[in-house]
Design a protein around this ligand. Sequence first.
Ligand SMILES: [Fe+2]
Length: 377
Amino acid sequence: MAFFKKYRSNLSDRIAAKVAKAFLDEKFSNKLAKNIADKMLNAESRLIKHKDIKSLQITLQRNLILNEHVRQNFDKGPASTKFIEGDTYSSSIIIKNPDVEDYFKILKPLASLEEYYEEYGDQIAKWYEEGKVIVFEKAPFKYNVSLLHEVEFPVGRNFQKIVTDDILEPITKKYASKDEPHSLSHVFRDTVAAGEFQNEVSGVNDQLRKFAKLLFPKYEFIADENLLWRFNPTYPQGIHIDAYSKKYNEVQTVRLFMNMDYIPRIWNSSHSLDVLLEKYYDIYGKDIDRSLPNEFNREFSRRIFGMVPSKDNMPKHMALFAPGTLWMVNSLIIPHEIFFGRRMVSASFFAKNESMLDPSKSFYNKIMSLDAVKKAA
Ligand SMILES: [Fe+2]
């Protein structure tokens, strides 16, 4: 579609094509993983000559992480099929590391959002509170797939995550003005195309809100929410547990992520917060102030995983979420990083802790009751 501006799309498309072909043609294997990493590195190194030294450093760090990832996860011999669930491009592939707890719950596709609660009832909320990663294959969301597959945000910090409020800001005559450009004016020259995209964003956001309410009917959600659209290539960022601002210390966060691309979104994860606290609290966590649980998480994550890019040696699962897959995970308690992905939407909703099925499982309580748990153990 001619009215979409293209920003460095050759690079991301080339990588995407390689990854997509790999999943279409062959099984994911030791050799193939290396091949993909090499192709990504080569494609990037060609860009280096035009960049400044800082970009070069970032690229080198990124390459080191990629190599390290391949070494850690695939050099132990061929990825055994027993750790692989699903082997086609149309369903997600989870390459499970036997050294990490298996917290994945993969749900078969159902025809409508309502059917998930009819089929599973409160079990999904229960799994979520227990820290499971719940994967909804081919989530039955309605949106204009081909339109969204054409959209590509510009590369750059300001466009890494665009919040819904900016996207849905009314389109006025100032759309492409110098002083107050609409954030979408950097993506679409044409205001009609921008309007069509806004309609899709509103529609998907509404379905995300509806899905959260359907699956967590007992939760008392507060008015606050955070919906992010990330429609540009994302590379390894360093594994971490999330930390929010202090206004979210005493609420339960419900997070949904959806792969809106036509290639898999590759995501790594590691030991849950419970396991990390069990293993490392006494060494790295004891002297961190726990009065603000999110601040505790920020510091504990920094100490365990190091600064971005992470130098961690944690064993990792690798999940390749198929196009159209939605996954729910509390990112405050499951460490994660994006390995590669291009188009996704994420939603955070917040509910009162008291309305949880089991309020003792709240993030707030996990951090606040640490000493008591340790003493009892
Ligand atoms: Fe995160």
